[in-house]
Design a protein around this ligand. Sequence first.
Ligand SMILES: C[S@@+](CC[C@H](N)C(=O)[O-])C[C@H]1O[C@@H](n2cnc3c(N)ncnc32)[C@H](O)[C@@H]1O
Length: 238
Amino acid sequence: MPKTRYFRDHPARSGDRMLFKMEHYLELYDQLLDDWQGRSVDFLEIGIYKGGSMPMWQGFFAPDSRLTFLDIDPACRALALPGTSVEIGDQADPDFLQTVAATHGPFDLIVDDGGHKMHQQITSFRHLWPQLRDRGLYIVEDTHTSYWPGFGGGHRAPQSFIEFAKDLIDQMHSWYTEDDAGFPLSPVAREVGGIRFYDSLVIIEKRLKDAPVAITATNGQVTRSRRMLEVRGRRSIF
Ligand SMILES: C[S@@+](CC[C@H](N)C(=O)[O-])C[C@H]1O[C@@H](n2cnc3c(N)ncnc32)[C@H](O)[C@@H]1O
């Protein structure tokens, strides 16, 4: 059970800036971000619109947190709150993302609530994932657009963000194949600890790690081994 109802209660406490989120995200954020409340973080959200999420995130983290928001619309510049930074540019522009990361990164938490088009979500992920700290979370909102042709998606459309995220599942498991040539070890295996799919929300957890180890434990004696991987012939790991 989450300790608080911070996110669920927020809409009723909102001010004159409009917040634009799907309602069920708020319950999920109460669950998933339970341990993050009051922490001093480097945070980035893509997509400002009317600025309603800025006070929500600001009130959740420690007051000395460094919060960055970006949007393609120059009108959003005026929405910066004291203690926050606003950057104007295109989330699908690698140079812009590089500048944002060099100025404000690395980040503990990244939320993509921008244009929700496939190339935007994928380009932002590719360029911002390396800027996420170990044990950080990369959250992509409104992934239902993966099913909307108007956003570049479609059911099982290979270029959709959902299909991209499904492929990350395979890459995360690329330690465990017997096919060294056909399914090579991906760097993702060393960086992704988990991928959670919710309705319209994908959350990718960064967890820097070496090849997984199996343990046996008897009478307090613990042994560790990677034989499980070796016998499968995944020699490229070692
Ligand atoms: C859903 S709204 C953001 C809502 C806000 N995060 C909230 O929770 O209230 C999406 C925003 O993404 C911005 N946007 C659209 N395409 C973008 C792009 N290519 N790069 C950056 N921002 C973009 C839009 O201008 C719009 O303000």
